[in-house]
Design a protein around this ligand. Structure first.
Ligand code: ASP
Ligand code: MG
Length: 450
């Protein structure tokens, strides 16, 4: 294991001079941070996506370029040595101009990746100079030399063994001598063509890089002070969680908590590299450690809320003491690629919720053909306007009285589909969407505020 840490800074953490200076202080304060992965400055990737989609009107295109130049120049203007960095930005903007013009004739996924990669290429020039001006021995490294991917532009898959070999050859030796500043989100295929890992891909980059250099720790600096017991906008007394296991964090993300998705951290966690999530704006508030093994495993860890549930209830007298009914149901669902989330059964009926596989955030729909086939087998009821509340914790069933505590707190609510038992880490149920926030508030008060 390398003795150093990888620190990743998100777009809002490098949004302007003040934000970037806070990052520099965080890096200075921890001498074991040797590798820094940066996102593009906040808002830049969105502007680049616009260019990549093709802006036909040259005036509109110029306006976007003005914005891009201003965002970056405004930071550089605080430097004592400005020329070198301005030239680096200008040269990227020049290349970008011809690519944006090409995209206005015909856009492609390959061109798009090259265009959107420019955000990280620019932000890292600036962050490096900012660090150098503070007397840190920082150098910029182009991660495309190491982060090898396939050529699936827009959502490229990393090629792990190549990344690991290249990191050993090119990156680890550099980190032993300097603080290395590099780009999140971007990579290159074996032709050397620029690729990206998909929007929001910097966390994933950071985890892949941490894995490749066998980092001692991975820090994810963002704009929230870690993971909270529940969304503080729902329950203002929610508090940050100091430590959470990877399985608990996965359950939370799965149930809609607005935290970084643990799947992006998998590369780090499969090598047992602990991950620390914190706010670069308020580092003094601490943050959350996500680890494979945690020291304390409290009964109740957090509450998550997910709206827009679709509940399907299937009823059939034929189910009575019969076998094969569920197999038939799931054959139909599988045939229509319907992914099921929760499930509860009784002797003559089964209720299930549909997985949120669409990215629109709308309630998932049961395909008409699937419904028709199910109706040949049983009575099908579909209900919307439901939300799912998930209580995340540890070994809840092993604790006497826990059910009483949870359910007495919720005695005023009409609970639907209670699920517990499959995972030792969660208990969940559905409530009417109008009541969902209140259910979370009441439960948070009972379980976390006393
Ligand atoms: N800059 C990229 C985006 O905004 C990647 C990232 O920030 O994670 O999607
Ligand atoms: Mg981002």
């Amino acid at each position: 294991m390398s003795a150093f840490n990888v620190a990743k800074f998100g777009g809002t953490s490098v949004a302007n001079f003040e934000a970037m200076s806070r990052c520099a202080t965080i890096i200075e304060n921890n001498p074991s941070t040797k590798l820094v992965v940066s996102s593009a400055c906040s808002g830049v990737t969105n502007l680049l996506v616009e260019l990549a989609l093709g802006v036909h009107n040259p005036n509109n295109r110029d306006a976007i370029f003005d914005d891009l130049r201003t965002i970056h120049y405004t930071i550089i203007e605080h430097f004592s040595e400005q020329e070198k960095t301005k030239q680096a930005i200008d040269s990227i903007l020049d290349t970008l101009k011809s690519m944006a013009e090409a995209a206005s004739f015909q856009s492609s996924d390959k061109l798009t990746d090259h265009i959107v990669a420019c955000g990280e290429l620019m932000s890292t020039h600036i962050l490096t100079q900012l660090m150098v001006e503070r007397g840190i021995d920082a150098i910029r490294f182009d991660i495309r030399e190491v982060l090898r991917t396939n050529a699936d532009y827009g959502k490229a898959e990393p090629i792990l063994d190549k990344i690991s070999t290249l990191a050993e050859q090119k990156l680890i030796p550099l980190c032993q001598q300097h603080v290395v500043i590099t780009q999140g989100f971007i990579g290159s295929d074996d032709q050397g063509t620029t690729t990206t890992l998909g929007r929001g891909g910097s966390d994933y980059s950071a985890a892949l890089i941490a894995e490749a250099v066998k980092a001692a720790g991975l820090e994810i600096w963002t704009d929230v002070p870690g993971i909270y017991t529940t969304d503080p906008r729902v329950a203002p007394k929610a508090t940050p969680i100091p430590e959470i296991s990877f399985s608990e964090a996965s359950e939370m993300a799965n149930f809609g908590a607005k935290i970084l998705h643990p799947s992006t951290l998998l590369p780090a966690l499969r090598h047992q590299i602990p991950v620390f999530v914190s706010s670069s704006r308020e580092p003094e508030k601490g943050g959350t450690w996500i680890r494979q093994q945690v020291e304390s495993a409290p009964l109740y860890r957090a509450l998550a809320l997910r709206g827009n549930q679709t509940m399907v209830t299937l009823r059939s007298p034929n189910m009575f003491q019969a076998y094969g009914f569920l197999a038939q149901v799931f054959t139909i669902l599988a045939k229509h690629q319907v992914s099921v989330d929760l499930i509860t059964t009784s002797e003559v009926s089964v209720s299930l919720t549909l997985d949120q596989t669409n990215t629109s955030g709308k309630a998932p729909e049961l395909p008409v053909e699937a419904r028709a086939e199910l109706e040949e087998l049983c009575i099908v009821d579909i209900e919307h306007n439901l939300s799912l509340v998930a209580l995340i914790g540890n070994k809840m069933s092993a604790k006497k009285g826990y059910a009483k505590q949870v359910f007495s707190a919720l005695e005023d609510f009409n609970l639907r589909m209670i699920c517990y038992g499959a995972s030792p880490h969660n208990l969940c149920f559905l409530v009417n969407s109008e009541e969902a926030k209140r259910a979370v508030q009441v439960l948070h008060q009972e379980l976390f505020e006393k």
